[in-house]
Design a protein around this ligand. Structure first.
Ligand code: FAD
Length: 391
């Protein structure tokens, strides 16, 4: 196994770094943080990415993509996460790729160029109050009425619905069929009459989460992705795209490096002690470094498989779990090392590292839930990976 990057990859990494420095860091856009972005600086930056051909760099050229290799895509995702810069969002990373496989020619013509140009923001209406891990039990109903379907029901945890123009949504169209076989997948405009939102503020004070209500919402049948009652199998493609990616692990890197540098500075109380002088903290920093390397290699393995046209499955779950659990543990260790002051928030006087670890401690709780919980990833590893029986 060759662990080194070739000169083209190294040059490409430099090119990506220069772009991010110029378009994201220099304008002082700050940190988006997390997987979701949209609105404000993120939208401006995504337009710049689109103009540069990088918003959908890995898409085939025929669909407005850049035809980049999986490795180039990984380098781009990794560098973006190091700098907390947004990438393509849901349109680029899952809606477009899913349409390429399952969409009609008309759907591809309508949606792919707009996604590649960064003109439209998408959100995902899958989870419901009673259906998360067991997503196939979803209850939002769609009933055919002539050339339309009429949707009634409720979604929850719809990230970015407050600034999205389109939603891709799973509905139940055959309540009599076994649960996986009665689901149909639609896409519709967020300004369709009958859609309303109720925002949910997360515990780290960030908005962007929503409950999404559908009341007699009409969607044309031609907006169905895949066949009627076969939406579950199409959505599985979208979920695979959502789970793969190096970003979770890579988002932990820059905060860790800042913590490491801080740990070697004498404390501000003037007693001259450093966090790094404390034996347990030194061990915790070493643990984080080790876990980061493991998560990085698990992420690279997913790309290595894709590059060889193999389909990662258990490997994506391992990478997703390692990356998201690393984010949590790293934040938890950081806040412990920083002591009581670590709980101070950004903007508060004497907050170490600008309050970054307080925010990370709160915001990373959701990382092992989003895109399928750690328990669900472990189930996938146990059953599909190790051949163990289902519980
Ligand atoms: C940051 C974030 C962003 C999100 N964005 C979106 C979005 O844009 N669109 C969207 O549709 N959804 C979104 N979600 C929802 C997410 O997909 C669900 O929260 C997730 O699938 C878990 O479902 P749940 O919350 O209903 O928990 P539940 O499924 O009720 O799980 C509760 C607990 O039970 C455990 N559990 C459940 N089943 C099993 C099992 N079979 N074996 C072992 N343990 C089990 C779970 O691991 C968990 O610990 C988002 C969530 C988060 C945190």
């Amino acid at each position: 196994m060759d662990f080194s990057w070739n000169p083209e990859h190294q040059n490409f990494r430099q090119e990506v770094r220069a772009f991010i420095e110029r378009e994201w860091i220099a304008p002082g856009y700050g940190r988006v943080g997390g997987e979701e972005s949209g609105g404000g600086p993120a939208a401006t930056y995504q337009k710049a990415l689109a103009q540069h051909g990088w918003l959908t760099m890995a898409w085939p050229k025929q669909y407005g993509g850049g035809g980049a290799s999986y490795w180039e895509q990984l380098i781009f995702a990794e560098e973006s996460a190091f700098a907390s810069a947004p990438t393509g969002g849901q349109g680029a990373d899952r809606v477009g790729p899913t349409l390429m496989i399952h969409g009609t020619e008309e759907q591809k013509r309508e949606h792919l160029p707009k996604i590649a140009a960064g003109e439209v923001v998408w959100c995902q209406g899958f989870s419901e109050p009673g259906s998360g891990s067991d997503l196939a039990s979803l209850q939002t109903r769609a009933v055919r009425d002539g050339d339309d379907f009429v949707i009634n029901g409720q979604k929850i945890w719809t990230s970015g619905a407050d600034h999205a123009q389109w939603i891709h949504v799973l509905t139940r169209t055959d309540p009599e069929a076994p649960k996986h076989r009665g689901i149909t997948y639609f896409m519709l405009r967020m300004d369709t009459p009958g859609i309303s939102l109720r925002p949910i503020v997360q515990m780290h004070d960030e908005a962007g989460f929503n409950e999404t209500f559908f009341e007699d919402v009409r969607v044309p049948a031609k907006n169905m992705i895949g066949d009627e009652n076969r939406g579950w199998y199409v959505a599985a493609t979208a979920l695979d795209f959502e789970r793969s990616g190096i970003n979770r692990m890579a988002e932990a890197v820059a905060p860790f490096q800042r913590l490491l540098a801080h740990a070697q500075q004498p404390d501000s109380a003037g007693e001259g002690r450093r966090i790094a002088d404390h034996g347990l903290h030194r061990l915790a920093l070493a643990d984080t470094h080790l876990e980061m390397e493991i998560a990085r290699l698990l992420g690279y393995r997913v790309t290595w498989m894709q590059d060889r046209h193999l389909v990662p499955n258990m490997e994506s779950s391992m990478s997703k779990m390692a990356g998201s659990e690393l984010q949590q543990r790293s934040a938890r260790r950081g806040i412990n090392m920083l002591g009581l002051a670590g709980a101070l928030r950004p903007g508060q006087a004497r907050a170490p590292l600008g309050g970054e670890f307080c925010v990370l401690y709160l915001s990373t709780v959701s990382r092992t839930i989003a895109a399928g919980t750690s328990e669900i990833q472990r189930n996938i590893i146990a059953t599909r990976g190790l051949g163990l029986p289902r519980g």
